[in-house]
Design a protein around this ligand. Structure first.
Ligand code: PRP
Length: 183
């Protein structure tokens, strides 16, 4: 009888290969937090998490940014339950903060085709922020269809379908503690 959850099969049955271990994620986030603290000192930035995928990274990252900051969230969807981007980015929840003349740092879990960050850049530029930067835990280097410069990148990764640490497959597996290759 096999009634194990998908989570158990990944973590205990070695169903997928670990791409980035929890310790590596922690170390890199600590480094990013230090750099961001230095760059934003005295600027009281608004750190905006991109839901759903970015929620864990955002929560861990801000605890390593040792300056005053505010937070907000925006919710986007381009993949739905599919493994390939629909090519259309929908805004499912808007921010509440007024970001005019504020230093805005957008937090993504992954930049894949680059479409989401492109849409976010256009949207947030229209709000006239004092500055607009992006941090992403992961970036698929050889995939980016949209030429876009990410200011802070945790890890450059090859073109695999990845899950865990916020990233889902059909909405599950976001709670895996590490990043796994699923394909
Ligand atoms: C994922 C991820 C990024 C985006 C990156 O979101 O969280 O926001 O796709 O892909 P792109 O560079 O090709 O645009 P998804 O639509 O899967 O929603 P989710 O965050 O709720 O999982």
């Amino acid at each position: 009888m096999n009634n194990r959850s998908e989570f158990e099969r990944v973590v205990y049955d070695n169903k997928f290969r670990v791409l980035i271990a929890r310790e590596q994620i922690d170390d890199r986030i600590r480094e990013l937090g230090r750099k961001i603290s230095d760059d934003y000192r005295g600027k009281n930035p608004i750190v905006i998490g991109v839901l759903n995928g970015g929620f864990l990274f955002m929560a861990d990252l801000i605890r390593h940014i040792e300056i005053d900051l505010e937070i907000d969230f925006i919710k986007l969807s381009s993949y739905g339950d599919e493994k390939v981007s629909s090519g259309k980015v929908e805004v499912l929840k808007e921010i509440n903060a007024d970001v005019k003349n504020r230093h805005v740092l957008l937090v993504e879990d992954i930049v894949d085709t680059g479409l989401s960050v492109k849409v976010l850049e256009k949207k947030f530029s229209a709000f006239s922020p004092a500055s607009l930067r992006f941090v992403s835990l992961l970036r698929k280097t050889d995939k980016a269809k949209v030429d876009f410069d990410i200011d802070y990148v945790g890890f450059e990764i090859p073109d695999h379908f990845v899950v865990g640490y916020g990233l889902d497959h059909k909405q599950i597996l976001r709670n895996l503690p590490a990043v796994y290759i699923m394909d």
